[in-house]
Write a protein that binds this ligand. Sequence first.
Ligand SMILES: Nc1ncnc2c1ncn2[C@@H]1O[C@H](COP(=O)(O)OP(=O)(O)O)[C@@H](O)[C@H]1O
Ligand SMILES: [Mg+2]
Length: 263
Amino acid sequence: MAGEERNIKVHIENVKKTYQGRTGEVVALNGVNLDIMDNEFITVVGPSGCGKSTILNIMAGLLEPTSGKIICNGKEVHGTGPDRGVVFQQYALFPWLTVKKNVLFPLQMKGIKGQEAEDIAMKYIKMVDLEKFCDHYPKELSGGMKQRVAIARAYAANPEVLLMDEPFGALDAQTRTQLQQELLETWEKERKTCFFITHDVDEALILGQRVVIMSARPGRIKDIIDVDIPYPRDQETKMSPRFLELKNQIWSQVYHEYLEVRK
Ligand SMILES: Nc1ncnc2c1ncn2[C@@H]1O[C@H](COP(=O)(O)OP(=O)(O)O)[C@@H](O)[C@H]1O
Ligand SMILES: [Mg+2]
């Protein structure tokens, strides 16, 4: 963007990851390089098993790379940290805590207490439209509502980067669409750096400023597509000619990788 200073938020350098599988070594990732800019919304698509979760887990610090490194906010990543918030497909809420207490939890971990913590928690609970459910327990909520709590909690913790691994993957189409819209609105307000994995090309395109396409195993970055569709975006954007053009372009590449997986 002309005239606008943009800093690198996450630097992924030559990351390789091998697992010890039952029948020998599995090379899950090989030579992954990517710079994620401050305030950027990156989405990642690729066939199942191409290493999407592996790269996210390495960024989160839940896994160490076999070689290569990740630098987040100027510091090399080793282990988890409050600078990186993670949302998984399965709503990792504390079942014994209410919605509000779930969202308060990371704030308390950071030493934020009292009214200040309450205010932050309520701001994000409102943002995901769950005010009326503050005192409910996770078991009383639908899947979509639980995932909203997980997103509110991740935002409330105010990490430098949000890492999301197919967060809407388990939801029905309508709820999924609704949460995409909420996430778009939240991102437009806060411009929090997001790294969002999905296997849904529509979802990748409606959310992302850039879509990273990963190749079949061993996972590499095959292509990066600039999504030159302005925000605000909404579900009607999915019908625009440019969206459909980009969708075809991405889909044909992803489909090629699906075929590679089946070989
Ligand atoms: N703990 C593990 N041990 C052995 N192989 C693994 C392990 N975790 C993942 N893999 C393998 O690594 C590859 C990448 O997995 P993953 O990152 O989960 O892919 P994706 O999220 O794209 O579906 C897959 O082939 C998977 O079977
Ligand atoms: Mg995965």
